[in-house]
Each structure stands twice: as structure tokens, then as C-alpha cells.
Design a protein. Sequence first.
Length: 133
Amino acid sequence: MTTNDQTAASTASAVATASGASFAVRVPEAELEPEPLDPAQIVSGTPEVTGKVLWESADGKQLRGIWQITPGVVTDTEANELFVVVSGRATVEVEGGDTLEVGPGTAAVLREGDRTTWTVHETLRKAYHITLG
């Protein structure tokens, strides 16, 4: 999830509260809201991002939700995130670190401050949990 997406996510109108209510969502069919990318993040193509925050902690430091990006290449500075890819495929290059090949069923962890380049080969949808520092 991009820094720009975190800002949009934290102000999303359909945020569950930290009331402790349990819930279930069909991730592949969930309706998502546009989350415009900062043009400076786009390296190539015309990727579009959508997402939805499903839950936000009372202090705003933890987010759980769904995020999607269409094909293209974008850069980002990451938050502390665990995500699972539901559909699509991408290569995530971590500056000074590993290159991650992610696709359906892949669980991945990004560290806060990781500088990444996402090459999205097929529209990618993921469920995520972010902890903000």
C-alpha cells in the first residue's frame, strides 16, 4: 500500500471501528473506492489504485483492508505491512534487499521505510494489515 494510499485509507468513510465486532468480507468481490496515486510514484503505464479500509484501530495506528492496483510500474516507501495476494501478479523490488514475486496465495511482509518498485503484471488485489509507526 502506498503512502498516498495510507492517507486516503485513513480518511475512508467506510471504516469499521475498534468496537471489537467480528466481520467477514468476500475479498474478491468487495467494492473498492478510488485512491489516486501521486503522479511522482508512476514509473510507467497508467496504473490505477482502489481500496477500502475494513477496520481501523481507535488510535489510528493499525489498518486492515483491501487494496488493488492495475498493471504498470510504481515506486513507494512502505509502512510496516503484512499482506496476502488474492489475485493478480507483481514483482516487488525492495531497494537494497530482495525481489519478491507475489501472486495468489502469497503472504508477504514489508518493513516500514522499505523503498520499493512494484511492477504489476496482472491487476493485483490484496488483503492487508498495516501498523503505522
